[in-house]
Design a protein around this ligand. Structure first.
Ligand code: UDX
Length: 447
């Protein structure tokens, strides 16, 4: 059996709320803290403040045990053995660098409540060097604590609960590395936190702060690069009428390459990959390694070009102009199983089409409310049927399962023109063409 620890989770967004609930599920006593009273009120009522499969059930279950509660009062952190920092590090306005104000504020607010032997654990994605900076701040102002560890988080939205309960690996960045006395004490505390996944054989890497920080941004940069690589190949496929999905299958069979994260289409968005690669470039510049990450600039450009290409394709099939065209958009979230619209390729394409005079009607199973707030000047529909009625062209931009499974027959009678653009290579071209539709996609042959 796992020894139950008392722990604090500061920041109850996509990362923190899930982390708090999962830690309670592992048997710990957890207090989630956030400055947003609305978020806390929702969580305290066992309601998830955002869409995440499995989270509502998990909140319900763990809160019923009495092991999990939420508060806006940072003073309630006092007495926890471990304090997780899970606040956001968004991109700064007008620059590439990450904005560290939430992390700094969280640590500053926490310090007066830290007691002897307690450990602060950073989980946010941060520029390399942040942990050392925060560690010395904690050492100065709360010297009898165990100080700081850096424990990056690799969860995917939409799979956050399973990724947290059964991670691929655990990484601890500890003061001075695994062999110092401080490092060993921090490791012992984290081993207690993660006793359940460790017992199951989850790979563990114990290292220094800077390596742990870099692991996270390296992983995200690699994933972003993989997506942009396949999207660059898709650009070429478009030039010669080749098929990117078959190309991806063929190269993916080589397990040195692997088929995962080789889905060409509109590219990556969300609250992590885009801002993380930009912050990484900014940090490399500060470190005097400007040239090292210039390829990530290319990764970013390839990614952004896909959105432009999608708008161009829509204009092309509408005979050269989007003005007054009814454009039905399926999907607003940056990916399926999420209501997150941060840097969403789908929403960006919808907004660009609007700017070019298109009459956009968008639908999404989870992200409609968020989309409405972010892009108020397009129309929204609750159902696919309502979205596509009278459409000159239908765009599939987020590959929710219900859109992937869409039968041409269900909407053929509703649209004005049977034209569908598949921004995620999620549909079967043959099926749509057989039903009399013009099917176009990013990186697939014209017909
Ligand atoms: C990502 C990382 O996967 C995760 O490990 C990290 O902790 C946070 O950032 P997330 O942003 O939730 O997670 O989404 P992910 O599933 O990685 O997808 C990112 C974007 O890439 C989405 O917009 C998705 O549509 C796109 N994508 C993904 C592709 O375009 N093609 C692919 O093959 C895979």
């Amino acid at each position: 059996t796992v020894r139950s620890m008392r722990m604090t989770v500061i920041g109850c967004g996509y990362l923190g709320a899930v982390h708090a609930a999962c830690m309670a599920e592992l048997g710990h006593e957890v207090i989630g803290i956030d400055v947003d009273p609305e978020k806390i009120a929702a969580l305290q009522a066992a309601r998830a403040p955002f869409y995440e499969p499995g989270l509502p059930e998990l909140l319900e279950r763990t809160m019923a045990t009495g092991r999990l509660r939420f508060t806006t009062d940072i003073a309630e952190a006092a007495g926890s053995a471990v304090h997780f920092v899970c606040v956001g590090t968004p991109q700064k306005k007008g620059e590439f660098a990450a904005d560290m104000k939430y992390v700094d504020a969280a640590v500053d607010a926490l310090i007066p409540h830290l007691g002897a032997g307690e450990l602060v654990v950073g989980k946010s994605t941060v520029p390399v060097g942040t942990a050392a900076r925060l560690a010395s701040r904690i050492a100065d102002r709360a010297p009898d604590t165990e100080g700081l560890a850096w424990n990056p988080e690799f969860l995917r939205e939409g799979h956050a609960v399973e990724d947290t309960l059964t991670p691929d690996r655990l990484v601890y960045g500890v003061d001075g590395g695994a062999d110092t006395a401080e490092g060993k004490r921090a490791k012992a505390l984290l081993d207690e936190v993660y006793a359940t996944p460790l017992k199951r054989g989850t790979p563990l890497i114990v290292t220094d702060y800077q390596t742990a920080e870099l692991v996270k941004v390296a992983a995200n940069s690699f994933l972003a690069t993989k997506i942009s690589f396949i999207n660059a190949m898709a650009e070429l496929c478009e030039k010669v009428n080749a098929d990117i999905t078959q190309l991806a299958d063929a190269i993916g069979h080589d397990d040195r390459i692997g088929r995962k994260f080789l889905n060409a289409g509109l590219g990556f968005g969300g609250g992590c990959l885009p801002k993380d690669i930009r912050a990484f470039m900014a940090r490399a510049g500060e470190l005097g390694a400007d040239q090292t990450l210039t390829f990530l600039r290319e990764v970013d450009s390839i990614n952004m070009r896909r959105r432009i290409r999608m708008v161009d394709l829509a204009r092309e099939v509408c005979d050269g102009s989007l003005i007054g065209r009814r454009v039905a958009v399926l999907g607003a979230a940056f990916k399926p199983l999420s209501d997150d619209i941060r840097d969403s390729p789908a929403l960006n394409v919808a907004a660009q089409i609007r700017l070019q005079g298109g009459d956009v009607v968008l639908t999404d199973p989870a992200a409609l409310d968020n989309a409405r707030k972010a892009v108020p000047d397009i129309s929204y529909a609750e159902t696919v049927e309502d979205a596509v009625r009278g459409a000159d062209v239908v765009l599939l931009l987020t590959e929710w399962k219900e859109y992937r499974d869409l039968e041409p027959a269900t909407i053929s009678g509703l649209v004005k023109n049977k034209r569908i653009l598949d921004g995620r290579n999620a549909l079967d071209p043959a099926r749509w063409r057989a039903a009399g539709w013009t099917y176009r996609a990013l990186g697939r042959p014209r017909a």
